[in-house]
Design a protein around this ligand. Structure first.
Ligand code: UD1
Ligand code: MG
Length: 451
């Protein structure tokens, strides 16, 4: 059966106390909405529809940035979760498969859980995802009779008896498209909140002689984010899970609690991550690499055998070939560094190509920005860039070339050449001693008479 994904994301999220729509707050470097879309995408949906309201333009941009095919529909007034699904009717016109409804602020639904829901659909018209909750939370309660789900009662509308039930509604629902819209036509907003509740389709299904059931999952999966405190908890939950997954895949995290990962971090087997390393979005690290302590990486690729850090910063567009060494206090950006090259200390390499086995001395700077435009530095193979060289781009250093320490290189250097671009040294015999004497005498005069 084909599926369509509907993600509800129109709510304001008042408790976030933010100008940013709630679903755009990030966990592990990606908006919550994208986490929900990624979870739903594991069902290989034929269509994806995001329902947006508050911050429509920003939500639309984020949804389509992640999936250009996603349709984003406007729910101008937030009249409830049932109403939110009703506004997708046109976007789903002609679609005949199952509709999966997810919430944009519930980012951690696992693919395996969605699979179990799909399986349960074989025997029931409506499948809901439930979890055993701490009853102090105001979730909708699932009224079960054996395997059959008879109704979902919202907390605000529930009697004391119903509130004692701790099997709760996560918000995820699965039903065949035409059935779902027919059932939605039969609900009303006569309840404590004056809203159209998606949850009411369970009762209308039962009334119509159809059956519903609930699949159960762990509460951590259905964790909804309503406040900054929840956001921080969700971040921790993501990190804990992602770290465990990497370790299971054969990555050593020396101190897992201090490894910060992004939603898309990829790290190969037998790579070692020392304490306090931050992975921003879009980083791939191959096998057998060592990322040393206190390094910060984003938009970078590190190939086999690489050693990065301690205290290195790899910025977007960094591409390190095999066996490259990037040492302490080195920043790279938009830099392709070929096999075996070394940038060991205190350098900035930006908008640059460094050829294989070249050595970039301490304190080298590629001066890539003239205040208006960016320019490129190209360094050949086996070159030796002396310490404290300023490479004023655009500039090219040939294969097997050298630059003298302290040089300011403004013109290209041909293959095999040595470029010296610094003032000539002048040495004056005995001058230092004379100077010391003069200065000490001056100091003695100044301090005379003072206690
Ligand atoms: C909902 C469920 C409740 C469940 C709980 C789990 C209903 C009626 N209630 O309650 O049973 O236990 O989630 O967290 O479904 N949204 C819209 N448009 C609207 C209203 C909501 O897009 O008009 C979106 C929100 O942005 C959010 C999601 O739907 O992503 C859930 O809405 P929310 O108001 O948080 O529902 P709850 O009251 O928490
Ligand atoms: Mg909620």
């Amino acid at each position: 059966m084909s599926t369509a994904l509907v993600i509800l994301a129109a709510g304001k999220g008042t408790r976030m106390n933010s100008d940013l729509p709630k679903v755009l707050h990030e966990i592990a470097g990606a908006p919550m909405l994208v986490h929900a879309m990624k979870a739903g995408a594991t069902l290989d949906p034929e269509r994806t529809v995001v329902v947006a309201g508050h911050g429509f333009d920003a939500v639309q941009a984020a949804a389509q940035d992640h999936d250009p095919e996603a349709q984003v529909v406007l729910q101008a007034e937030q009249n409830g979760t049932g109403h939110a699904v009703m506004v997708t009717r046109e976007a789903l016109a002609g679609f005949e498969g199952d509709v999966v409804v997810l919430f944009g602020d519930t980012p951690f639904i696992q693919p395996e859980t969605l699979q179990r829901m799909t399986a349960a659909r074989a025997d029931h018209a409506v499948v809901v995802l439930g979890f055993d909750a701490d009853t102090s939370e105001k979730y909708g309660r699932l009224v079960m009779e054996d395997d059959a789900l008879k109704a979902i009662v919202e907390y605000a509308d529930a009697s004391e008896d119903i509130r004692q039930i701790n099997f709760c509604n996560s918000g995820v629902m699965l039903a065949k498209s035409d059935v779902l819209f027919d059932l939605l036509d039969a609900i009303n907003n006569e309840n404590a909140s004056g809203e159209y509740y998606l949850t009411d389709v369970v009762k209308t299904a039962n009334d119509a002689g159809l059956t519903a059931t609930a699949v159960s999952c762990d509460e951590t999966e259905t964790m909804g984010v309503n406040s900054r405190a929840h956001l921080a908890e969700a971040e921790t939950a993501f990190q804990t899970r992602a770290r465990a997954a990497l370790m299971a895949d054969g990555v050593t995290l020396v101190d897992p609690n201090t490894t910060w990962l992004s939603h898309d971090t990829v790290i190969g087997r037998d790579t070692v991550i020392e304490p306090h390393v931050f992975f921003g979005p879009d980083v791939t690290v191959e096998s057998g690499v060592r990322i040393r302590a206190f390094s910060h990486l984003e938009g970078a690729h590190v190939s086999r055998g690489g050693v990065v850090g301690p205290y290195a910063r790899l910025r977007p567009g960094t591409e390190l070939a095999e066996d490259v060494k990037i040492g302490n206090f080195v920043e790279t950006k938009n830099a392709i560094i070929d096999e075996g090259a070394k940038v060991n200390h205190l350098s900035y390499v930006g908008d640059a190509h460094v050829g294989e086995k070249s050595n970039i001395g301490a304190g080298t700077i590629t001066c890539n920005y003239d205040g208006v435009l960016k320019h490129k530095t190209t360094i050949g193979k086996n070159a030796f860039i002396g310490s404290n060289t300023m490479l004023v781009a655009p500039v090219t250093i040939g294969d097997d070339a050298m630059t003298a320490s302290g040089s300011v290189i403004t013109k290209s250097v041909e293959d095999g050449a040595l470029a010296l671009a610094r003032a000539q040294q002048v040495s004056k015999p005995n001058m230092a001693r004379k100077l010391f004497e003069m200065l000490r005498a001056k100091k003695a005069k100044q301090t005379k008479g003072k206690v």
